[in-house]
Design a protein around this ligand. Structure first.
Ligand code: 13P
Length: 348
């Protein structure tokens, strides 16, 4: 590819992508759509009003010293337009702290017509104009999530994998044209009873197709980040692999399919407990050096204990922020292979 002819700011894309995953940093995924954050709030008895969502996101963003471990935050459309209680727009508040603001731009995974049980992510129509507005509002990177389910029969189909890979690549090209770093997220779900081998096989097929489509769409690999699932057994699988098995299978799969030009891999947590997500990341980084930074972009694994500590009460804000800082710090240590499970009780 002759990069000189491709209209994008290569230096800016590379520098934002590498800044986000500079050791020991990772991402906070705080981009829950309104229906998703409602589910999270319901679980701790908080009403999902616009003001409660704003208060909760403010609690996260102003937590002291998280900038040591959080290089960027993925926001939802509503949050990108909200401000802190002193009137500072959230993107400006984060930028001032050295945390790069990003935005989720997909419109969710919808049923794939004529393929029962499979989904395709929508949101490409009008995306070029939406990206221009998000850039103006302060976003410097963008996220799109594709969802791949595994069942006992013929799901996922190769068509569902291909069509989701195609949408991810079209999205990524539009982002780079707008000088925004795309986070490419193909998530193989951990629902179901499949074993770790099946997850590895499906994740391999997904990576193979995603990188073929990214290449066809002329996406600059140095100016993007990959946000994959770890290679795990399904939640209902009777044989759950050890932390080391997960780390080895995930790294093996990545080494086979993810080009070294990609600067960073930021895992989603996908339903793992916070402790599991940290232990798996730690084990991968402890295996030695890798061609890419191995980091985190956790939603639930960073926020679950925070929500439980907060429960919507002003008097709980400090305790919730302590819990949040602790998870950020432990994942920062996991980025360097320096975490151990005992820290869960000793690190306050
Ligand atoms: P989880 O870490 O909760 O899976 O969320 C990450 C995310 O951004 C999913 O799109």
């Amino acid at each position: 590819m002759n990069l000189l002819k491709v209209p994008m700011n290569i230096d800016e894309l590379k520098s934002v992508a590498t800044a986000i995953v500079t050791k020991p940093k990772g991402l906070l995924a705080a981009d829950e759509s309104n229906p998703t954050i409602k589910k999270r709030f319901d679980s701790v008895g908080v009403e999902s009003t616009e003001e409660n969502r704003r208060r909760y996101r403010e609690l996260l963003f102003v937590t002291k010293n998280i900038e040591n471990y959080i290089g960027g935050v993925i926001l939802f459309d509503e949050t990108l337009r909200q401000s802190s209680s002193d009137g500072t727009p959230f993107p400006a508040l984060l930028s001032r702290r050295g945390i790069i603001p990003g935005i989720k731009v997909d419109k969710g995974a919808k049923p794939l017509a004529l393929y029962p049980g499979e989904k395709v992510t929508e949101g490409l129509d009008g995306l070029r104009d939406r990206l221009a507005e998000y850039k103006q509002l302060g976003a410097r990177f963008v996220k799109w999530r594709a969802v791949i389910e595994i069942d006992e029969h013929d799901v996922p189909s190769s068509y569902a994998i291909r069509t989701n890979a195609h949408a991810l690549a079209r999205y990524a090209a539009l982002c780079q044209e707008a000088d925004l770093v795309p986070i490419v997220e193909p998530e193989v779900l951990m629902d179901g009873a499949h074993d770790i081998g099946r997850c590895e096989a499906v994740t391999s097929q997904v990576f193979e197709k995603v990188f073929a489509h990214l290449d066809a769409h002329r996406v600059l690999l140095e100016g993007m980040l990959l946000k994959p699932n770890m290679v795990l057994a399904g939640k209902k699988c009777p044989r759950q692999p050890s932390v080391q098995e997960v780390a080895e299978a995930t790294v093996r799969c990545l080494r086979r399919y993810v080009p070294a030009a990609v600067p960073g891999i930021v895992f989603l947590s996908g339903g793992q407990t916070p402790e599991e997500a940290t232990a798996h990341l730690n084990a991968m980084n402890a295996m030695g050096s890798h061609p890419w930074e191995l980091s985190f972009s956790y939603g639930r694994a960073l926020q679950e204990p925070v929500l439980s500590a907060w429960k919507g009460k002003e008097s709980n804000v400090e305790a919730a922020q302590r819990v949040f800082f602790k998870r950020c710090r432990l994942n920062g240590l996991a980025r360097e292979g320096k975490y151990s499970p005992e820290m869960e009780t000793t690190d306050q």
